[in-house]
Design a protein around this ligand. Structure first.
Ligand code: FE
Length: 206
């Protein structure tokens, strides 16, 4: 599959990044903002605020078979129905982990990422080593994230583009039968929706 990118998508982002960095430098120089505090805010958006959208999608897929089917057929529409919409021309595909198949997402050329459900991409997602190695040696990368899959589980790596972005629907952990969607969403980490992690068990999450 060709890695088809809209140049404007990325140049817009690069321009925005440059402007934000210039603003941050100026504010720090004037003593108006503490760079460490700013990092903490960004960390919050990377790991909490943004990915909570995706976690709600996953929890709903786990508990509502009709929604799960819709998500599989047309993730853009199913996710849009929850109020999570992307930029124009951005399509989402949900890929479902099973005992036989584990999905993992990368953007080999840059940093295409499902912003509407995961928020800001983590620094490692944009790094050259992740982008190169996710495709070449996904199991080694997974091991570094602390994920060891059974030998019989195949790994499929999805290469994101400006037009098509992916959210991994991790497997529902055992022992969660009695949990409601809100409690289930707390088990869904950002990394589990990129495929570099698994959903937490209730014991680990507690
Ligand atoms: Fe990209």
């Amino acid at each position: 599959m060709p890695h088809d990118h809209h140049d404007h998508d990325h140049s817009e982002l690069d321009d925005m990044t440059a402007r934000v960095m210039a603003l941050e430098t100026l504010l720090a120089q004037k003593g108006l903002v503490d760079p460490a505090a700013l990092d903490a805010v960004i960390e919050t958006y990377e790991t909490k605020v943004g990915p909570r959208n995706g976690a709600q999608v996953v929890a709903r897929a786990w508990t509502n078979p009709e929604f799960r089917d819709w998500l599989e057929r047309d993730a853009t529409a199913a996710i849009g129905s929850m109020g999570f919409t992307g930029r124009q021309g951005e399509h989402l595909q949900a890929v479902f982990n099973t005992p036989d198949l584990h999905h993992m997402v990368v953007c080999t050329l840059c940093s295409c990422y499902p912003w509407s459900v995961l928020g800001l991409p983590p620094v490692w997602y944009k790094s050259a080593p992740y982008r190169a190695r996710a495709v070449r040696e996904p199991r080694a990368v997974l091991a570094e994230f602390g994920v060891t899959l059974p030998e019989g589980t195949k790994v499929r790596v999805w290469d994101s583009t400006a037009e098509m972005r992916y959210i991994v629907i991790p497997m529902r952990p055992a022992g969660t039968e009695g949990l409601d969607p809100e409690a289930l969403a707390d088990l869904v980490t950002r990394d589990s929706m990129i495929g570099t992690g698994l959903a937490l068990t209730p014991e680990v999450a507690a």
